[in-house]
Write a protein that binds this ligand. Structure first.
Ligand code: FAD
Length: 499
């Protein structure tokens, strides 16, 4: 994998000398931790998308606001690109370093600055782990709702940059809906505060813009998040199906019945067997698909909703419905789902996790399309995903040691994303575009739309120094990729399975 630095639109290649940059940064910030020896750089050469690897030129690990500010000012002055990294769990290569760039690792910004139970807010540094916020809020009966499956490790700064989702986001919103205020530094080292502790702010909604901007517009240095009261009770139903499409249809039926579950997740047979083998969650290994449906709130409402959902599931053709008997069993049901990615990882030397979103009503048809692509390519695909949000996560199993399999997996992944676009969906739901899906952006957006994205980027970062080569493809790249914007349900690749 080669990162072409000339994807900065100005096309000007700055000559970057590692020794000079190192000396400059050390001089400007003597206490800043700077890693420069090859053996120290290797741990940072990839994020969760391990198939893409680049050794960074330098790794900076600041601990103070002033160190970040000085670093950005110097890099801006020297014309050195900067890639910000949180915990490095991203799955789209967003924190993939540049061989002629500085990797700015924010993991030492790990302080919870304050929990305000009256205002139901927490102020945190960006390197704080997602789960640590809920742990800090727990003594007050509060929690932070967005719960990516990686929440034990991923940072809240990375969550903001990716607009991360999770099991509970169907009901409680994505990261963008749970962040009140951001303090950021621009590439020029200028501090900006976006949003406030009040519900609305005047001017353009730059807070929303920053959520999901994938480290392209600024470096997040502080975050104020909403906290929610823990629901009085939560119950989970597990429904088995003998057909994946029936399970897909049941998802839409539940929402159409007027219920917004706290979580509504789906797993197909391959994912069920992998999770059961790994976690012993009590899953039915013969089922073609299961739905996990969590209902939370006040006891009486939850009991009514459980009864309604049960009726909907029966009508949709569920072959078996189990309700977790207690909190321990409920936790077990969720543990299987939350560990499904590593569980699938035990079944195959490698797997490639895709992330696309479709309108819920399209679930049965897109699942059928994925099955067709799997059969055609000969690569097994496990489906485990946030069904209520229509956020698919097909896991493509392959063996990188077999010649051509990585390329085949990437090809199947790309075609799955194009299926999502053709179904009226999007090439990402929560993992971002990063480096991985940059070509599929050419299918999702028209050249005029991409030009607007570039203009926005340039308004924050005229020299294109923050995370260049990610997220927004150049028009030249789109021309090279040969993809056109998908319109009228016409796909750029005629060989894709038709709906
Ligand atoms: C097993 C597993 C399960 C996962 N499940 C989910 C899931 O359920 N939902 C979900 O949404 N994601 C999931 N992910 C993906 C990943 O955990 C999320 O994208 C997460 O938000 C990344 O956080 P991070 O701290 O690891 O960020 P990184 O990977 O370090 O970086 C991600 C992006 O954020 C930028 N960034 C990081 N910190 C900052 C900052 N301070 N300022 C500006 N930009 C910054 C980086 O430049 C990069 O573009 C999963 C990953 C794994 C490995």
């Amino acid at each position: 994998m080669n990162i072409h630095f000339d994807e900065r639109l100005d096309g000007e290649l700055t000559v970057i000398d590692k020794a000079e940059v190192l000396a400059d940064l050390q001089n400007a910030s003597p206490d800043l931790i700077l890693l420069h020896r090859e053996e120290d750089l290797h741990p940072f050469e990839c994020d969760g998308l391990a198939a893409y690897r680049v050794l960074p030129m330098l790794v900076a690990m600041p601990e103070t606001f002033e160190q970040v500010q000085t670093l950005l000012k110097r890099c801006h002055h020297l014309g050195v690109p900067v890639v910000t990294r949180g915990a490095g769990t991203g799955l789209s290569g967003g924190a993939l370093p540049l061989e002629k760039g500085v990797l700015l690792v924010m993991s030492r910004f790990s302080k919870i600055l304050g929990v305000d139970p009256d205002a139901r807010l927490a102020r945190v540094q960006p390197g704080v782990r997602n789960l640590a916020i809920s742990e800090a809020a727990a003594p007050y009966g509060l929690y932070y709702a967005p719960d990516p499956s990686s929440q034990i490790a991923c940072s809240i700064g990375g969550n903001v940059a990716e607009n991360a989702g999770g099991v509970h986001c169907l009901k409680y919103g994505l990261t963008v809906h749970n962040v009140m205020r951001l303090d950021i530094l621009t590439i020029e080292g200028e501090p900006m505060t976006l949003g406030s502790e009040a519900l609305d702010a005047p001017g353009f909604d730059l807070l929303a813009l920053m959520n999901g901007s994938e480290g392209m517009l600024g470096v997040v240095t502080e975050i104020t998040v909403k906290l929610l009261p823990k629901p009085e009770t939560a119950k989970v139903l597990m429904a088995s199906f003998d057909d994946v499409e029936k399970a897909g249809r049941a998802v839409g039926d539940i929402i159409a019945a007027g219920i917004i579950p706290g979580g509504l997740e789906m797993m197909d047979n391959l994912a069920i067997r992998a999770a059961e083998d790994f976690i012993r969650a009590g899953y039915p290994v013969d089922a073609e698909a299961i739905l996990l449906c969590e209902l939370d709130g006040v006891e009486e409402d939850v009991n009514d909703d459980c009864a309604t959902v049960r009726r909907v599931l029966e009508a949709a053709g569920a072959t078996d419905i189990q309700q977790a008997r207690d909190d321990a069993e409920r936790a077990k049901f969720w543990a299987g789902r939350k560990n499904a990615f590593p569980a699938v990882g035990r079944m195959s030397p490698d797997y490639y996790c895709m992330d696309g979103t479709i309108p819920r009503r399209e679930l049965p048809r897109v699942l059928k399309g994925i099955a067709a692509l799997s059969e055609e390519s000969g690569l097994r695909v496990a489906n485990v995903f946030h069904a209520g949000d229509g956020n698919m996560h097909p896991l493509i199993l392959f063996d990188a040691n077999q010649e051509g399999e990585l390329e085949l997996a990437e090809d199947v992944g790309g075609k799955i994303l194009e299926l999502c676009v053709a179904a009226g969906g999007s090439i990402t739901g929560e993992h971002g575009v990063g480096r991985e899906k940059i070509n599929q952006m050419c299918s999702q957006f028209k050249p005029d739309e991409l030009t607007v994205f570039h203009a926005l980027k340039a308004a924050f970062d005229p020299k294109r120094l923050l995370n260049p080569g990610k997220n927004i493809p150049t028009l030249a790249r789109c021309a090279e990729f040969g993809a056109m914007h998908v319109h009228n349900n016409e796909l750029p690749h005629p060989e894709l399975p038709r709906f």
